[in-house]
Write a protein that binds this ligand. Structure first.
Ligand SMILES: Nc1ncnc2c1ncn2[C@@H]1O[C@H](COP(=O)(O)OP(=O)(O)OP(=O)(O)O)[C@@H](O)[C@H]1O
Ligand SMILES: [Mg+2]
Length: 463
């Protein structure tokens, strides 16, 4: 199979197929022309024989007593190329010339019957049966309605001539068909194959990079079917490109929604804790409101969780401002969701008066995510410390906990969205959002240490 594939490979192109097909079709047309022409060639040959014979009879009839010498008779027969010539009058049969040797007639043809199909059949019968026959030809004589000339000839020279003619026709046909095929090939190549190739190349480059405007197809402005295909391709590419762009916008929008939901859920968790505390107040009015408050918060958290099943998008540029870090950490503590039942020791070790030049809101989210992760990991018992120090032109902030350390899965997919979560109900977005926000500030976040004695994340922020 592979062998034939290799041999046939060059013929698989449209151009090569067209070349071969044109060659075949022109040859076929030549054969169709050859069939009647060989029949007329034969008829012509026979008519010429009869004409010569007629001339010979006329010269004979002009001689005294219609008699000629033996030599002249032989000479005339030889010139005509006949074995005998007989002139039939209205009631007479006049043997004009005859060879001395006896012979048997194999076939008889009457030139008065000139049915074209009969002529074709006779011609092919002669060719197929081959040489060796002796045939009798009957032909009417012009201007002498009651007379007929009968000529007996050998068929062999006729067949030789016919083969020569066929052979010539074959070579001429081959030449004509090759020339035609080459012309047709170039015409088709120019009119069809080249534009088709241009179309398919454009389709391929469009498939590879649909959003790249440089791959846009430029129609040649033809008005035929290929022109229509070219214009349709251009329209299709333009529309697809627009649809793709719209889709990308939707993806970005979806991702933004996901991130908002993620942090909104964290914020809502704070409200959940507050409502927990509210539930312990024995005032009947409060008792009446709290269940409704709790269901609506639960619903909102649920909604966020659902939304989080969708993609991610670009964060807005950080809007930098100078702010005090210590109070921000206190805000994070208030929001992180420490329940009264838990014995988590929260230590804010930020030097008082330490300023940070960053996006306050985004920094709040960074610290909230990291602290929440730590609190969740410690499961109600442990110490969480937040440190900050200046090192040259950098600020290093460390979030340290005494939790069990990162699980293997979380370590393997650290900072990767969706895949890093090793916590039931976690989405695995927290750390990836943190990293994106830190990078947007020109900083870096690293997992400094993790193990059974705890975990340290370090944020390195340049001025
Ligand atoms: N301080 C930590 N101690 C132990 N494990 C941690 C700590 N921080 C993160 N992890 C692990 O890393 C995983 C990924 O954290 P990440 O914040 O990205 O996602 P998540 O907390 O599971 O979900 P969410 O998107 O709601 O934050 C967590 O599931 C947790 O197992
Ligand atoms: Mg988290």
């Amino acid at each position: 199979m592979a062998f034939w594939d290799k041999i046939l490979a060059p013929f698989r192109s449209l151009s090569a197929r067209l070349l071969v097909l044109t060659l075949l079709f022109v040859m076929l047309a030549e054969i169709l022309i050859f069939v009647p022409s060989i029949a007329f060639f034969r008829l012509n040959y026979l008519e010429k024989k009869v004409d010569f014979a007629h001339l010979a009879t006329l010269s004979l009839l002009a001689s005294p007593d219609n008699m000629v010498s033996e030599e002249l008779r032989e000479e005339l027969l030889f010139r005509v190329g006949a074995r005998s010539v007989v002139l039939h009058g209205a009631n007479t049969r006049l043997l004009i010339l005859r060879e001395n040797m006896p012979y048997i007639i194999d076939a008889e043809y009457n030139l008065a019957e000139d049915n074209p199909f009969g002529l074709i059949e006779d011609a092919f019968a002669s060719l197929i049966r081959g040489p060796g026959r002796i045939i009798r030809i009957l032909s009417p004589i012009e201007n002498e309605p009651n007379s007929q000339l009968e000529v007996v000839i050998d068929e062999a020279p006729l067949i030789r001539e016919m083969y020569k003619y066929a052979w010539n026709i074959f070579w001429v046909s081959l030449l004509i068909s090759t020339l035609t095929a080459i012309l047709v090939y170039f015409a088709l190549h120019w009119l069809m194959v080249r534009p088709m190739r241009r179309l398919s190349e454009s389709m391929i480059s469009f498939r590879r990079a649909p959003e790249d405007v440089r791959t846009a197809f430029l129609p040649s402005g033809r008005s035929d079917e290929i022109g229509i295909a070219e214009r349709e391709l251009e329209i299709m590419q333009t529309r697809l490109r627009a649809a793709l762009k719209q889709k990308q916008h939707l993806v970005a929008l979806g991702t933004a929604v996901t991130k908002i939901s993620h942090d909104l859920r964290n914020i809502l968790s704070t409200s959940q804790i507050v409502s927990d505390s509210l539930a312990r107040i024995e005032d009947p009015k409060v008792q009446k409101i709290v269940p409704r408050l709790m269901t609506s918060i639960d619903r909102a958290i649920d909604l966020c969780t659902q939304t989080l099943k969708f993609g991610r998008a670009d964060e807005r540029e950080p809007r930098k401002e100078r702010f005090l870090l210590e109070p921000l950490v206190n805000e994070v503590k208030a929001s992180v969701g420490l329940r009264e039942s838990e014995s988590i020791d929260w230590r804010n070790r930020i030097p008082s008066g330490m300023m940070l030049n960053a996006d306050r809101e985004q920094f709040y989210r960074i610290l909230l995510n990291l602290s929440r992760n730590a609190v969740q990991a410690m499961e109600g018992k442990g110490t969480l410390e937040i440190h900050a120090l200046r090192a040259g032109s950098r600020t290093l902030i460390r979030i340290m906990d005494t939790g069990p350390g990162l699980p293997e899965k979380a370590k393997a997919h650290l900072f990767e969205p969706f895949s890093g979560s090793a916590r039931a109900g976690g989405t695995g977005l927290g750390l990836s959002i943190v990293r994106e926000l830190v990078i947007a500030h020109g900083g870096e976040i690293t997992l400094e240490r993790t193990g059974p004695s705890g975990t340290i994340f370090c944020i390195d922020l340049p001025d």
